[in-house]
Design a protein around this ligand. Structure first.
Ligand code: GP9
Length: 414
């Protein structure tokens, strides 16, 4: 299908004019700092262990943010890099290998390219080697002007597979400051690393004191890593405020994918986790990632928006806040602030053709009739789901459209 047909087939309906959209353009002209938080699951927010909050900084930031508690990961086998891809394109990832490997040689319409037309410079900060997941090809394909990887961050203060989030933010702030001082608008995409599996935060950096039964088990280690991520985010926001950049900032925080995979947890680990959650650790808990948007300065937006969404919906939601038009920009997500009805698909971490709509999450087996459906609110099985077959057919079509669109994009000159 040709481009206009694809646009027609995936555009948000009913059309809502820009003037009628809630929050349209409220963040217009602000610098954008989007932080993709490694292995960060939504259940950790507002969670207390032994009276201690795991994410005290984010718990307070939520009060001055739009927080979307019902957003789900949609990545494929490219994990973190797939989340970067989805965030920057609102397209579905490739199903069988990392999207950066399959489509890293294309010229891909993207968030950085939309922003370039508005005078923004786009940079990405990630403390690993840029060749990991073929990002040295992905970043130019997505139109980033500059990337900062291990070469820039150096080998000091390593946690797990790279320099700590503290190094990441501290070194990046001075780069952002230069742009801010030069009145250059920017989009800075951060990919955090310190909460990467197996979640080993050095003891002298950990301030989350957990009961003894959490010692030496992955649930305790995970919570400590999330606590560290939260603490460093707090420090980063304080640095932005001190540098006089906060008022001009739109901060976006979201999770890339799960950290705790149910099937890899030992029985006592699962029991500890379920005790914290107060219910069985469900697949939907595993795939639920946070999304929140905070505006520095006077233009506050604060609400809990319970619309169900996927990572494809982040770009259209941010575009609405920024006042960017998505006419003629093929995107598979929708603005969560203005479209309360949603349908989106999954591939890889749930079988291809799985979908979420306003009522259920559906996972096919051999075909539609052999699947499993869950109520996304109660997490209970929905045995009678035959009414939703149309959504299953639609999602299969959408995945195909996204693949066809990506395959139609021109290749970069080598
Ligand atoms: C490392 C980062 C994390 O650069 O991509 O690894 P992942 O979670 O994608 O396996």
């Amino acid at each position: 299908k040709q481009l206009p047909t694809i646009i027609e087939e995936v555009k948000e309906t009913p059309p809502i004019t820009e003037g009628e959209r809630q929050y349209f353009g409220v963040a217009g002209g602000k610098n954008i700092i989007a932080i993709q938080m490694e292995a960060f699951q939504d259940f950790t927010l507002n969670l207390q262990v032994n009276g201690q909050p795991v994410t005290p900084f984010l718990n307070s930031l939520i009060k001055e943010s739009v927080y979307f508690p019902n957003v789900y990961q949609q990545i494929g086998p490219g994990n973190t890099s797939d989340a970067e891809f989805i965030f920057n394109t609102s397209l579905y990832p490739a199903g069988m290998e990392a999207t950066s490997e399959t489509y890293g040689d294309r010229i891909i319409p993207s968030f950085p390219k939309l922003l370039k037309n508005k005078g923004y410079k786009s940079l990405t900060f990630h403390a690993n080697d840029v060749t990991f997941w073929n990002r040295d090809n992905l970043y130019p394909a997505l139109g980033f002007d500059q990337y900062f990887d291990i070469e820039f961050f150096g080998q000091k203060d390593v946690i797990g597979i790279g320099p700590s989030d503290e190094v990441l933010y501290t070194k990046a702030v001075s780069e952002l400051q230069k742009l801010h001082d030069g009145q250059q608008k920017f989009f800075a995409h951060f990919i955090t690393l310190s909460s990467h599996h197996p979640f080993q935060i050095p003891a002298d950096k950990n301030t989350l004191v957990l009961p003894q039964q959490f010692d030496g088990n992955i649930v305790g280690d995970y919570l400590k890593a999330i606590h560290y991520t939260d603490q460093m985010l707090g420090k980063f926001v304080a640095q932005l405020k001190e540098a006089g950049m906060w008022d001009d900032t739109m901060l976006v925080l979201y999770g890339d994918h799960f950290g705790l995979q149910k099937s890899s947890l030992k029985e006592p680990e699962l029991a500890l986790l379920e005790n914290l959650l107060g219910h069985d650790y469900h697949l939907l808990d595993q795939l639920n990632v946070p999304l929140m948007v905070t505006l520095g300065g006077d233009e506050q937006v604060s609400e809990m928006n319970e619309t169900i969404g996927g990572q494809v919906d982040i770009l259209p939601t941010l575009s609405n806040l920024l006042g960017l038009s998505l006419d003629n920009f093929v995107h598979f997500g929708q603005d969560l602030l203005n479209y309360p009805d949603n349908l989106f698909g999954m591939r890889y971490y749930m079988p291809s053709g799985s979908f979420f709509n306003n009522e259920i999450a559906y996972k096919p087996d051999e075909g539609f009739e052999d699947g499993e459906a869950y109520d996304t609110g109660t997490l209970q099985p929905v045995p009678n789901y035959s009414d939703y077959e149309e959504d299953y057919e639609r999602i299969k079509e959408i995945l195909q459209l996204s693949d066809r669109y990506l395959n139609s994009l021109p290749k970069k000159e080598s």
